[in-house]
Design a protein around this ligand. Sequence first.
Ligand SMILES: N[C@@H](CCC(=O)N[C@@H](CS)C(=O)NCC(=O)O)C(=O)O
Length: 172
Amino acid sequence: MPISHLIEGLEGEQTDRVLAGPILFHIPVCPFSQRVEILLTLKGYRDQVRFEVVDITKPRDPELLAKLRGSTSLPALETEGGDIIRESLPDEPRFTRVRRWRDLCLAHPAAQQVTNEEIVKVYYDYARGAGNGALLPGRRRSSFAFEPSWSNRPWPPKDKYAPAATDAELGL
Ligand SMILES: N[C@@H](CCC(=O)N[C@@H](CS)C(=O)NCC(=O)O)C(=O)O
């Protein structure tokens, strides 16, 4: 799609006013939004899409909510024709090759550095707001401790809104 479809302006006149073209409603730092941005960049389309940041600290704009038929999940791409494409990697046959490529990348030995279990156990304190070596109230040991090994510790409680687990509950 030519960039001229996206930018209004007389020849030679500088403008960045975007009139038409696809719009990506996204959340900065959202990995799914980043996936779309990476894909657009690799395909050479990054500059042809208007990136519209959605402030998710506020209720969604009713107009956007209507476009997404009530879904609050982002990213979402609005095409020039007004169609909405949701899901950063749709589960559709035409994306089978992309999925296979992704699955092969994730299965590569270089991608096996950490497991989900290790991250959940080791980053427990971080997820509860204790960064930079800080200890959560009532705790004597950090979930980042090397000993005992994360592999011998129980999984932290699933309920993230419950009071923080104790050293004993975390197997520390
Ligand atoms: N399967 C979706 C996941 C998208 C997703 O979970 N996005 C999060 C942000 S990282 C979100 O929009 N959360 C807010 C909400 O669902 O209301 C995709 O691949 O696009």
